[in-house]
Design a protein around this ligand. Structure first.
Ligand SMILES: Nc1ncnc2c1ncn2[C@@H]1O[C@H](COP(=O)(O)OP(=O)(O)O)[C@@H](O)[C@H]1O
Ligand SMILES: CC(=O)N[C@@H](CCC(=O)OP(=O)(O)O)C(=O)O
Length: 270
């Protein structure tokens, strides 16, 4: 076939493998350390496209405290009555997201702050009446993320999504990261303020599979936010058919060491 005559529309495919990195709220509160982490991400951009997904549960909590609004978590998820939603959206898709864009700029990265709702990249559904405006998330259209990556922008995605009926929903940020990784079929790193999943002696566990996770949750060794995180990681490892790392964004060379499984906890699909 004469290639010169097959003029196809431009395909915005990322030319390098994509890594989706998720950071929690503690990251946004440590701007000096965050700057070092962004420098490390920038260095990785030579070999990979990076997409950052972020939480900020502590920002939401702080805002609620300042407003004298009582907020609680049930099953690791923040109960979000409709009247709290504007504050949750403001804290996560507003302050937290734009603070990260500004920090990335400091490291010379061309960040674009978006949310799960943008470009139809995901579709969310209300999780339960009990939890209010909390969403489960399903992966959707990859075009926006692919376009940004292929043009060397650095997408920073908050965990605010929307339903097919146009309702905004608050999504757990680990679940958000799984959906984004699934959209791009990317390697996933869930980075927190702990070295990895810790055992009952508080020592990091190198590898976990489904059976180990179930036992440790039943024993109460893995609980709270970490229980949500390991389940999200296991779910992602199965969907993506590749391991997912849970580690600390403060650990030196965490990205490259996660990729070669020498840092953090590796969650395997089986
Ligand atoms: N077995 C465990 N190993 C590590 N952390 C655990 C474990 N069980 C509970 N945790 C708690 O989970 C927290 C991490 O989850 P979370 O607060 O949701 O993180 P992030 O906000 O960074 O996503 C840790 O700071 C720790 O308090
Ligand atoms: C439904 C739900 O729980 N949403 C979370 C979203 C932010 C989050 O997950 O932040 P971290 O990753 O810092 O914990 C919340 O409102 O706290």
């Amino acid at each position: 076939m004469d290639i010169a005559h097959t003029s196809k529309p431009r395909q915005n495919r990322p030319s390098r493998p994509v890594i989706v990195v998720k950071v929690g709220g503690a990251f946004i509160d440590a701007p000096d350390k965050a700057a070092l982490f962004f420098d490390a991400l920038k260095a990785q951009q030579q070999d990979h496209h990076i997409v950052l997904v972020h939480g900020g549960g502590n920002h939401v909590q702080r805002l609620m405290d300042e407003l004298n609004l009582d907020t609680q978590k049930v099953d690791g998820l923040r109960v979000t009555p409709q009247e709290h939603l504007p504050y949750v959206v403001g804290a996560l898709a507003g302050t937290a997201n734009k603070s990260l864009v500004a920090l990335a700029r400091q490291s010379g990265m061309a960040a674009v702050g978006i949310s799960l709702a943008d470009g139809n990249m995901t579709t969310c559904q209300q999780f339960s009446n009990k939890h209010g405006a909390v969403g489960t998330v399903m992966s959707g259209n990859k075009k926006l993320l692919q376009t940004l990556c292929s043009d060397d922008f650095f997408p920073i995605v908050s965990s605010i999504g929307c339903s097919a009926h146009g309702a905004l929903l608050n999504v757990n940020a680990d679940d958000a990261a799984v959906a984004v990784a699934s959209v791009l079929n990317a390697r996933l790193l869930l980075l927190s303020d702990v070295e990895g999943v810790l055992d009952n002696q508080k020592m990091p566990i190198r590898k976990l599979n489904q059976a180990d996770i179930q036992t440790l949750i039943e024993q109460g060794v893995i609980r709270d936010g970490m229980a949500v995180k390991v389940n999200a990681a296991l779910n992602a490892a199965k969907q993506l058919g590749q391991p997912v790392t849970i580690g600390s964004w403060q650990a030196p060379n965490i990205i490259s060491r996660s990729l070669d499984k020498t840092a953090g906890t590796t969650i395997s699909p089986h």
